[in-house]
Structure formats: structure tokens, C-alpha cells
Design a protein around this ligand. Structure first.
Ligand code: HEM
Length: 212
């Protein structure tokens, strides 16, 4: 539910059907089960296929990296985003992953680059670059499936989609000039504020920074 609220309050993010009532577990998940950022595309595709998520679904879900700012793949570049607009749920991630011309701070995950080039993924990847609505629809459908994987008590869940806030359908970034400068490699400290969702104009003034 928290993930689905976070997705819809992110500007341009979709409403995803939301079910509550999954049983909590006191057993920690086993280490090493997350997909490996250095794995090749075929093995990543297979990993998701084994869980009933096929190429089309994986291509849609991976678009969540429109909001991520990596910390551990390269700690020396902690909080560098996977596209220029980590605060916006847009399709720029699909575009920039396959582009040679991206701002200095955009950090392409090797797994995303490998997947984007795979023949079973590339056509859909390219389609999402120009069709944000199609992406959001496919993402929302596939995320329901992802969120219910391994849930034993599926018939006891309660649908709570109606309590989600409305989607934010348009967005003009009020601090785009500062973000642009940050993407060029300036003002390292701003990464953590951006990750928190803070408006950078206020922070910028508070830190005594200037764009000159
Ligand atoms: C091929 C499969 C995937 C791989 C290899 C992968 C890899 C990664 C890596 C390396 C990071 C950055 C971690 C860090 O250094 O902080 C990340 C972040 C993230 N990924 Fe993925 N990912 C995959 C699929 C997905 C899917 C299917 C979703 C959601 C539907 C997703 C959502 C996210 C989010 C939201 C973050 C940011 C997390 C945070 O800031 O705490 N990823 N992913």
C-alpha cells in the first residue's frame, strides 16, 4: 500500500490497484535473491519468467527506475539518478538508457542497458519512450501481479484502491534550473534532498548556494 501511495503521489505516477491484508512475516528474506545489476539480459528475463512475469511485463516494471538514485552499484556516485528527473514518473528513463548523450550525473545501470538492447525487450522499450500513457497502463497492470507473487491468502485481501490520492497528471518542475546544474556534476549535497523529495529552491537558498 505504501509503495502504491508513493507511486501515485509522484508527479505523473499511475494509480495501481491496491490490496491489503498480506500476512506479515517475522522471517527475514534470504540474502542474494534480488536481481543482479551485472547479470546478462537473458538470465534476468528468465528470473522474472520463472515468476510468471514475461518480457513485456519486465520492460514495463523496470521503468520504476525513472525514480531511483543508485547508492551501492558505485558508492562514489551515491544518489546519482537513472534519469534526469528522478522526482517525476516520466518516460525519460527509457530514452536516456539508450541515449549516448546524457547529463554527467545520469547513471545507467548495466542491467538496464543490457535489457534495453535485448531483441525481445527493445521494441517495447522504444515504444514506451514515446507513449507514457501506454507505459503507465502496462506498469499498473504488471505491478498488481508483482505485488501478489507468493501471497498465500489472496482471497482474504481487501481492495483499498479508493483511498489512494488522485493521480497528478501534469507537472512543471519549479526547481529545474538547479536540478540541471546538479546533473552537470555541481552541488553534490543536493542529491540527498532530491531523494527526499524536497523542493531544491528553498534548500539552495538555505545552504547559501548560487547558480553563478
Ligand atoms: C532486472 C531487474 C532489476 C535490477 C537488476 C534492478 C537493479 C536495481 C539497482 C542496482 C538499484 C539501485 C540500488 C542502489 O544501489 O541503491 C535499483 C533501485 C531501484 N529499483 Fe530496481 N532493479 C530491477 C527491477 C526493478 C523492478 C521490477 C522494480 C519495481 C517495479 C524496481 C524498482 C526499483 C526502485 C524503486 C529503486 C530505488 C530504490 C531506493 O531508492 O531505495 N527495480 N534497482
Amino acid at each position: 500500500m505504501g509503495a502504491n501511495v508513493a507511486t501515485v503521489v509522484c508527479p505523473l505516477g499511475p494509480r495501481v490497484r491496491s490490496f491489503v491484508g498480506r500476512k506479515d512475516s517475522t522471517t527475514p528474506a534470504v540474502d542474494g535473491l534480488l536481481p543482479d545489476v551485472h547479470a546478462d539480459a537473458d538470465s534476468l528475463i528468465q528470473l522474472f519468467k520463472d515468476k510468471t512475469i514475461h518480457e513485456h511485463g519486465l520492460t514495463a516494471l523496470i521503468g520504476a527506475h525513472t525514480t531511483s538514485q543508485q547508492l551501492f552499484v558505485d558508492p562514489s556516485r551515491a544518489r546519482d539518478p537513472q534519469d534526469s528527473t528522478p522526482g517525476v514518473w516520466d518516460v525519460l528513463f527509457y530514452n536516456q538508457t539508450v541515449s549516448d548523450n546524457v547529463p554527467q550525473r545520469v547513471f545507467k545501470l548495466p542491467s538496464d542497458v543490457a535489457l534495453a538492447a535485448h531483441p525481445n525487450i527493445a521494441p517495447e522499450w522504444k515504444k514506451f519512450i514515446t507513449d507514457p500513457e501506454d507505459w503507465n497502463e502496462d506498469y499498473a497492470k504488471e505491478y498488481v501481479r508483482l505485488s501478489l507473487l507468493g501471497v498465500d491468502n489472496i482471497n482474504q485481501l481487501t481492495e483499498c484502491t479508493k483511498v489512494l490520492p488522485p493521480a497528478i497528471k501534469t507537472f512543471n518542475s519549479p526547481d529545474s534550473a538547479i536540478i540541471k546544474a546538479w546533473l552537470k556534476g555541481r552541488y553534490d549535497v543536493l542529491g540527498k534532498y532530491l531523494e527526499n523529495g524536497d523542493l531544491l529552491t528553498g534548500i539552495f537558498a538555505l545552504l547559501g548556494l548560487s547558480l553563478n
